[in-house]
Unconditional design. Structure first.
Length: 254
């Protein structure tokens, strides 16, 4: 039985990855800051081993603990899902610069370090998968959030080629607007996000399609035909118009 380590596993997509992977008989290592929430997720998992690892990934000591867990050859991890993250307001000039640096670290430095930690074991066993949660926003000019997320795509595309002949796939998952608590944490309660109903995806679909794309060895996963079409069309639209459209979902961010 293989083991998956999931960051940001206490809510949203992270918790949904845990549910679907448990249904596929993967043992789990669940990582997030909120230990109580992690234990609630773990309690719903039947028939698999679940290890709860509370950690603030922006704390160097906590991050080192997770790296050490990924390097433990006695309890190997075969699937790493870099899902932890948070959003920022779009007004870069008024955002606290230290918050911006933390935002950059959680989306780029943390996945880089955890990928670096797990890779030697995957190479040794000649099998494994890594999923990096990016976003459709990566294809749009959308402040520092899109800048962080496009890094994850390019990192994943390169790594998927680099390690493919050693049995390892690396996939950047790029969902569109998905029903989770993400927007609520930005101060946008359900129904007040300023987003049309047809743009919403559910977490179950995003996770199911992304796991299928990772199994197929794809370097980029864009769940749903509608978002595949949006990404394709975005390449034809001038940046100024894209930037205006990209403010959708942040009506309170002025």
């Amino acid at each position: 039985m293989s083991t998956a380590l999931i960051t940001g596993a206490s809510t949203g997509l992270g918790a949904e990855y845990a549910r679907q992977l448990a249904a596929r008989h993967h043992d789990l290592v669940l990582v997030a800051r909120d230990a109580e929430a992690l234990h609630r997720v773990a309690a719903d998992m039947d028939g698999v081993s679940v290890e709860v690892l509370p950690a603030d990934l922006l704390d160097p000591a906590d991050l080192a603990q997770v790296e050490e867990r990924l390097q433990d050859r006695t309890k190997p991890v075969d699937l790493l899902i870099n899902n932890a993250g948070f959003g920022m307001g779009l007004s870069f000039e008024t955002n606290d610069v230290d918050d911006e640096v933390r935002h950059l670290r959680i989306h780029n430095e943390v996945p880089l370090r955890l990928t670096h930690a797990v890779l030697p074991g995957l190479i040794e066993r000649r099998r494994g998968r890594i999923l990096n949660l990016s976003s459709v926003a990566a294809f749009l000019p959308r402040s520092t959030y899109s800048a962080c997320k496009i890094w994850l795509i390019n990192f994943s595309r390169w790594a998927n080629i680099e390690y493919a002949d050693r049995g390892i796939t690396v996939t950047a998952v790029c969902p569109g607007f998905t029903h989770t608590s993400f927007h609520e944490r930005l101060g946008l309660p359900p129904g007040e996000e300023g987003i049309s109903d047809w743009l919403w995806l559910d977490a179950e679909r995003v996770v199911k399609e992304s796991l299928a794309d990772a199994q197929a060895g794809r370097s980029v996963s864009i769940p749903s035909k509608r978002y595949k079409a949006i990404v394709a069309v975005s390449r034809l639209i001038p940046d100024r118009l894209l930037a205006r459209a990209a403010r959708t979902g942040r009506r309170k961010d002025r």
